[in-house]
Design a protein around this ligand. Sequence first.
Ligand code: SF4
Length: 236
Amino acid sequence: MSAGNSKTECFSFDLPAKITCPGMTGECGKDCYAAKLMRVYKGVAAKYARNLEFANSSQMVSHMIEEIPTSCQFRIHVSGDFKDAKYVRNWIKICKARPDVIFYAYTRSWQVKEIWQHIRKLHALPNVNVNLSVDDETGTPKCYKAQEYRWCYLTKTDNTPDWIRHDDIIFRSNHLGQKTRRKNAVKKGLNPNDIAPLIKRLGGLVCPKEQGQDTPNFSCAKCMLCIDKPKIPAYV
Ligand code: SF4
């Protein structure tokens, strides 16, 4: 288990990137931040490899039920994904046994039919929210009842396709560049909003951490946009 970083302030459990991602697309695989971390920090790669061994062991369920801190927010995977149906069933057992904890996840494994039917059961628990990760390669999610889930779209160009809905969430791969442009504008005495305006909407709602400004003392645990279950009428 990892204690949260300053972005999430949520605990997490992580697996090695890519090899546990059956729904990986060329788009997400190419720029995968977790795979980069694993390349740069050997300790991180070793930890995720140990986690995978643990996830395949008979101890996973009982140990996680005992060890997840009380009444926290818990992100299932900052790195990795729901790798197979049995693994999702383990999470169903863990989440059912810990109603005091709010669990959330992003997944591209919705593309694998036999995994998706179990992810749906996981999402149906009152203390779990699963978001569907999408990109230009996945296109509109076509899995059963996909409309009832929040979709999280990764844009590399600050464009979004017309199938993104008003309440979906947009992640930008170039928000750090925008922060730098804004800082440089301030240094030159220019108005940052003229040089690099904040982007709050691109069809869907841009993640507040990626709108192009520093957001001190703000985290996923405070934001909750990805953590709360979506209001279904907004999505159908
Ligand atoms: S939208 Fe909010 S909850 Fe989702 S990643 Fe961004 S800060 Fe975190």
